[in-house]
Design a protein around this ligand. Structure first.
Ligand code: FMN
Length: 231
């Protein structure tokens, strides 16, 4: 698969098959993903991968809690979005949310239904592998951006193995439970989880695609020769 196909076929997969993913493949993905550039070559990413019994143990801790006690978890450790999301960002976020819930027949006003679906984040959408990505707390916006490039590499490399992913900031809502469970150092901050596995291609939640603005909406070009007229 070439890079263009990997980019074009990646999407946030929210229903996975139980088919296991061997550790060798996950290692290979991480080894190659770490070729991501980072300012000063700090390589600020840290990763914790869980599968099998460990993943089931984590889900067993969380399942009763998000079902009854804390549908939104224990509280985020960082602002996932700016507090007053302005336009056009607010509308883009609302649009993708509406598309997602419409794909599985959950109406806008069905808040419990939306919560139930959102809570599936904490089962890694049934993926057989969960990757937690964190970094040293002393890191600033440039290093968070470096980690973004690293996670994008993971998601694209997964495609080369026929795998799909979902990046998940939702996991910040369980950082208090995850820190002791994963034995994370208090010096480290969890950025996100990444669900990894084989997509359930038939699941309705995987059968739609998010939209993008055209290049004109976000880019300007200066100084180029005029494009050749198309024949
Ligand atoms: C850093 C990051 C965190 C995200 N967190 C979540 C999440 O917690 N749960 C989820 O279902 N999707 C999450 N997403 C997926 C976005 O909603 C998705 O990327 C966006 O709507 C575009 O859709 P696409 O990935 O299918 O192209 C996250 C994406 C990124 C890049």
């Amino acid at each position: 698969m070439d890079v263009r196909d990997a980019v074009a076929t990646r999407y946030s997969c929210r229903a996975f098959l139980p088919t296991p993913v061997p550790q060798t493949i996950v290692r290979d993905i991480l080894e190659c993903a770490a070729r991501a550039p980072s300012g000063g070559n700090l390589q600020p990413w840290l990763v914790h991968v869980v599968a099998g019994e460990r993943l089931e143990a984590l889900k067993a801790i969380l399942r009763p809690r998000f079902a009854a006690e804390l549908p939104r978890g224990e509280g985020a450790e960082y602002d996932v979005y700016p507090p007053d999301l302005k336009e056009p960002y607010y509308s883009r976020r609302a649009r993708v949310g509406n598309q997602l819930y419409a794909s599985i027949g959950i109406p806008r006003e069905d808040r419990p239904g939306r919560y139930r679906q959102f809570s599936r984040n904490y089962l890694f959408y049934d993926a057989p592998v969960g990757i937690f990505v964190f970094m040293d707390r002393s890191m600033g916006p440039p290093q968070w951006s470096d980690v973004g490039g690293f996670i994008q590499n993971i998601m694209l490399l997964a495609r080369a193995h026929g795998l799909h992913t979902c990046p998940q900031e939702a996991w910040t809502n369980w950082h208090k439970t995850l820190t002791p469970f994963l034995k994370l150092s208090p010096e480290h901050i969890l950025f996100c989880g990444i669900a990894l596995g084989f997509a359930d291609e038939d699941a309705p939640i995987n059968r739609w695609r998010s939209e993008r603005e055209g290049v004109e909406a976000f880019a300007r070009f200066e100084g180029f020769a005029a494009p050749e007229p198309r024949s």
